[in-house]
Ligand binder design. Structure first.
Ligand SMILES: [Mg+2]
Length: 284
């Protein structure tokens, strides 16, 4: 087990690990690491690795029940069991949602569960899309992880709170995809223009493959112009721009983003995605 941890450490999290070592003066260091089932397996569970001096030990505490889906290339891709995403192989549309400023209020680098506040109406829209059997997929840039401001453990905890808050209102997400890479990231997350970071389409394309989606019939809801740009680049049918989050600032930029193949709709909040549901349902 230790060998696997060491591999994860050396190949993937060395930059972050060194940061934490420097930060902690006690000599007892605790860090969250993804533990593989074998050398190249990265779809795992979160465990706590406690290190005292040169004697690492693995202690399953707290987060052991939090499933993680950190893929080998550093992208989080989490299909949610029991959701429509479990039914692979079809060719269905999906509703893609940005997270911060669309599903939850954008508090800036959200990483504490207690800071989660659902945008009013978001759960009801997601539940309505759930009911017609169309997958709902979160695609979220997480440069806070890339910058070393928080880690995947905090991300997982925050997602768990969002899932719980949605579940309390009868709604669920079918997949969560997150990209930590950023031009100002700390290695291994430094990348000048990662193909998964919106406005690039990588997260949407990955979900499309994983869930067997027809992207040309799918939509995205976002508060940033980059959300819609990612949707356009992925070949989606359209994007709904909302004024929550950073929406006011980006509204002007969004005006010019419609093309023959990519519709742009303007709305106040994700609640207006209700208007897209008949279109998704008729094609599902
Ligand atoms: Mg946003």
């Amino acid at each position: 087990m230790f060998g696997i941890v060491r591999q994860a450490f050396s190949e993937f999290l060395c930059g972050r690990w060194e940061r934490h070592q420097e930060r902690d003066a006690s000599g007892n260091r605790t860090e969250m690491l993804p533990l593989g089932n074998h050398e190249n397996e990265w779809l795992t569970h979160w465990d706590v690795l406690s290190v005292a001096g040169d004697s690492p030990s693995i202690a399953r505490e707290g987060f052991a029940s939090v499933s993680s889906y950190l893929e080998k290339d550093g992208i989080w891709c989490q299909p949610v069991a029991g959701g429509a995403g479990a039914d692979l192989g079809g060719s269905r549309p999906a509703l893609f949602l940005d997270r911060d400023g669309v599903i939850v209020e954008d508090v800036g680098y959200l990483h504490r569960p207690d800071d989660v506040r659902l945008v009013p109406g978001a759960a009801e829209v997601i539940a309505a899309v759930n009911r017609i059997g169309v997958p709902v997929v979160t695609v979220t840039n997480q440069s806070g992880i890339g910058r070393g401001q928080y880690g995947w453990a905090e991300f997982a905890e925050t997602e768990a709170r969002i899932a719980a808050d949605l579940a309390a209102r009868g709604a669920h997400l079918d997949m969560v995809v997150a990209c930590p890479f950023h031009a100002e990231g700390i290695p291994p997350y430094a990348h000048p223009a990662h193909p998964c970071r919106k406005p690039r389409p990588g997260m949407i394309l990955r979900a499309g493959v994983r869930l067997g989606l027809d992207l040309t019939r799918s939509w995205i809801v976002g508060d940033r112009a980059s959300d819609l740009a990612a949707g356009g680049a992925a070949g989606l049918a359209g994007g709904l721009h909302v004024l929550t989050g950073h929406g006011q600032k980006d509204r002007q930029e969004v005006h010019g983003m419609a093309t023959e193949k990519f519709q742009v709709r303007l709305a106040d909040s994700v609640v207006s995605a209700m208007d897209i549901i008949p279109q998704l349902a008729s094609l599902a």
